[in-house]
Design a protein around this ligand. Sequence first.
Ligand code: 4AD
Ligand code: MG
Length: 462
Amino acid sequence: MKRLEIRDLYKNYQAYGDKEVTICGWLRSVRDYKNLAFLTINDGAFKSVQVVVESEKNKNYDDVVHQNVGASYLIMGKVILTPTAQQPFEINASHVEVLGTSDPSYPLQKKGHTVEFLRTIPTIRPRGNLFNAVFRIRSVAAFAIHKYFNERNFVYVHTPIITGSDCEGAGEMFQVTTLPLESLPKADGKVDYSQDFFGKKVSLTVSGQLHEETLTHAFGKTYTFGPTFRAENSNTSRHAAEFWMMEPEICFCDLDELMDNEEEMVKYCIGYVMSECKDELEFLNKFVDKELLSRLQNIVGSEFVRLDYTDAIDLLLKAKKKFEYPVKWGVDLQSEHERYLTEEVFKKPVFLKNYPKDIKAFYMRQNDDGKTVAAVDLLVPGIGELIGGSQREERLDKLTQRIHELGLKEEDYSWYLDTRRYGTNKHSGYGLGFERFVMYLTGISNIRDVELFPRTVGSIQG
Ligand code: 4AD
Ligand code: MG
């Protein structure tokens, strides 16, 4: 038996007209008219196939058409082209076999479940149209990222997940330990980490950037793409405790060139997904976000705004809108401010750059004004911050001084500082929150619905 995938059948269905094929898949719905039944079979392709089962040709008719939704099948039959019907072809079955029955409790009996309900059935929710569209797009977007960087000579690196340094210095790390939590070994009243697995205190990484930079200084252009972890107590629709980040790092590259790369990469990946996932995007445009397609099209064709933090503060201070969190120079922007700028003022993606140094990480390049750093966040409508990046502080003395100012331990970063000791250079990089990108590409408004098993504060399943 050679199984034909329904996706391949749709791509080239005319060539299969009147030919015998074998498909496998799961039952989505059944209409039984006693001696004639229509089964809708889905095998993971976005579009399902209609299978016509006639009692005359199928001696096990009663058994195979009286199955519960979710049952799995093997079907052999002839492809019949149906140019006047809604679907361009159907399969007239000559052999139908039930491979696995489905319990009547199968929760996806009908369409139109809420995303909140779907979250309660994590094993089954990927089998509906919504998650089929979202997770295909997630996969295609990841591929687009690899394709984009691969075509531009970047080297893909897998940075460690367990780390002894806090990249963002925000102290939002999940600790990793094999010490017995009920009876911690102590020395001088403090936990004795010399007895821990690694002989020191370690955590799950919040970003692969620092480790990655070592490879960037060997290859010139790298990117890392993997899971990151943040014990951030933010119960919002855009924060997860475990999420994927894609981080390119480029030597001999300043902030303007970095923004050029971000803009080109985002447009490239959107364009790629739009050409590869037409059915999925049309579905999402119809049922999730009516402006999705026009918004994506707009982005590909428009130039992103580049705005200084200081000018953004002026705009926010002049705004007629009342904000929950008041604005003044020096504050970190809240999502209401970011959304006001991208959704109301500019109505397109905005690069916000040159932030106050006190609200940004230690590795960012200090500007000559002594107050700001060469940071850049990309803010997009509907999401807020999609990308965070910066030009890096390449001057060893300035970087070391900043580590001290922020109370970080120089010895924890000595390996990192070596990149500045040997052949330092102007370099830059950024981190794209991959789930937020998938939200942007699908119109899905909650990060919990673009992750398979979301991990958020106070909630974990599976
Ligand atoms: O702005 P962040 O914190 O930047 C960094 O970690 C840098 N080291 C990246 C770099 O320059 N190589 O995080 C980058 C992006 C954010 O813009 C956001 O999209 C996403 O990661 N992000 C989250 N996504 C989901 N849940 C969270 N809790 C997130 N925190 C950050
Ligand atoms: Mg950030």
